[in-house]
Design a protein around this ligand. Structure first.
Ligand code: AMO
Length: 441
């Protein structure tokens, strides 16, 4: 019988823990990120799980030649932990010895160990497997992981159940032409545009559900705010009184998540100069009122009465910021013709829906609203739209056997991250973007 030795890596100390071992000889593992030669000694920066960690080489105490150590080597170093106020971890390591565990076979084609990547967006993305190793690039995706962690913590605390819905589906939920189809053993299938049907079905099971997962949109245009695969933060909740319950839940979720980031990701926030807002309340405005307000304030002609142009989203946010100092605004009551078939129409006006978008710093980051929960009402709306009701039998099974009044939302993770970091292109906050021209890496 063979037992796996679980002690190998655990005998290595975490960089953040070194301050607890002052005066002792410890082992740390990581990648040699940068060697900075000074007069008579050198700083060796190790890239470790959580942070960059400073070690010091000197012929006085190191038992090897500096030339034996190369950047991009995976190493286990041993040395003495010493106190150092100037170091971010409060300590540094005097290098005694090191062991090589992995090597770079050639020089990287781009410099990755400067403060930030000095290259074009194309180069940054073409070499993503290594440009992600840059401290700043890495911090973007640490922060993004923090957003997901914060959102999960909030939703878990509020009794939402996490679901994992299929991404290969029998029909699209969002309508429109931006759907990828695929051959599924001779049958036509699609890549999920959203978990919409499954969120609504599982409201009938758990009452409150959420999912953080990829969704697919066959966007045929190349814009700075669209990608073809993005991560959607979705939640759906039952027994609501109106869609404002969803807006309130989102407000609380964002406030909680931003606090969570400030408390747990201070290093990334400072490195990236992220502007994390404080949220107490978010103002809301009806869609048509918003259109008029923008038109009046900026003397612009209204050309599209159904939707915002990207420029109008920017202008509306500018007005709201000036009036309320809030970076967010809920825009409510979009036209029915612009919303999918599952959206609940307003009681007193069937041309508008009980729905909303959330705009943040000039861009839509969320769509949400109340859904139709009544079976007959849903079937009728589908028929009016000329849809084949039979095709949606599985979805409608939930309605047929009773669904509570419910609603929910979808929030684009990459857009949210990008806005926190003031990025002008969504690809900068996407680890491996997929767009009309890019399928690799
Ligand atoms: P919608 O289609 O508006 O709504 O999408 C919700 C949010 O997802 C983000 N998003 C995108 N992000 C990057 N690239 C894209 N191509 C892209 N398309 C959308 C945006 C947007 O606000 N089922 C509904 C949500 C709901 O009502 O629950 C839906 O998917 O941030």
């Amino acid at each position: 019988m063979l037992f796996i030795n679980s002690n190998i890596a655990s005998s290595h100390i975490e960089a953040s823990e070194i301050k607890n071992y002052i005066g002792q000889i410890v082992k740390v593992h990581g990648v040699v990120h940068k060697i900075r030669e000074m007069s008579g000694f050198a700083f060796v920066i190790l890239r470790t799980k959580q942070s960059m960690f400073q070690c010091v080489y000197s012929e006085e105490f190191s038992n090897f030649k500096l030339s034996e150590m190369k950047e991009n080597m995976g190493v286990v170093v041993s040395g003495k932990a010493v106190h150092d106020e100037r170091s971010r971890t409060g300590a540094e390591l005097r290098l005694y010895d090191f062991e090589i565990v992995s090597m770079s076979v050639e020089e990287p084609p781009v410099v990755i160990n400067n403060k930030e990547m000095a290259c074009s967006l194309e180069t940054l993305l073409d070499y993503r497997p290594i440009t992600l190793r840059n401290a700043r690039e890495r911090a973007i995706f640490k922060l993004q992981a923090g957003i997901c962690k914060g959102v999960r913590a909030f939703l878990d605390e509020n009794n939402f159940t996490e679901i994992h819905s299929p991404k290969i589906v029998y029909s699209g939920a969002e309508g429109g032409a931006n759907i990828f189809s695929l051959d599924y053993f001779g049958k036509q299938a699609f890549l999920a545009q959203s978990p919409q049907f499954y969120k609504q079905i599982t409201v009938g099971v758990f009452e409150r559900v959420y999912e953080i997962a990829p969704v697919f949109r066959a966007e045929k245009h190349d814009t700075s705010r669209h990608i073809n695969e993005y991560t959607s933060i979705d939640f759906e909740m039952g027994f609501i009184e109106s869609f404002y319950d969803i807006c309130n839940m989102e407000t609380k979720m964002l406030a909680y998540t931003f606090e969570f980031l400030k408390n747990n990701y201070a290093e990334e926030i400072s490195l990236l100069k992220a502007n994390i807002p404080v949220i107490t309340e978010i103002p809301s405005i009806k869609f048509l009122k918003a259109k008029e307000l923008i038109s009046k304030t900026y003397n612009r002609e209204i050309t599209d009465l159904e939707d915002f142009e990207p420029e109008e989203e920017k202008l509306l946010c500018k007005i709201i910021k000036k009036q309320t100092n809030c970076d967010f605004v809920f825009v409510t009551h979009y036209k029915s013709s612009k919303r999918p078939f599952y959206a609940m129409d307003s009681k007193d006006n069937h041309n508008i829906t009980e729905s909303f978008d959330l705009l943040f710093r000039g861009m839509e980051i969320t769509t949400g609203g109340q859904r139709i929960n009544d079976y007959n009402m849903q079937v009728e709306k589908m028929k009016k739209r000329g849809m084949n009701v039979e095709e949606f039998g599985d979805f409608l099974m939930a309605h047929k056997y009773g669904l509570p009044p419910h609603g929910g939302l979808g929030l684009g993770l990459e857009r949210l991250t990008g806005k926190l970091l003031d990025f002008q292109n969504i690809r900068l906050s996407t680890m491996f973007p997929r767009d009309i021209n890019r399928l690799t890496p």
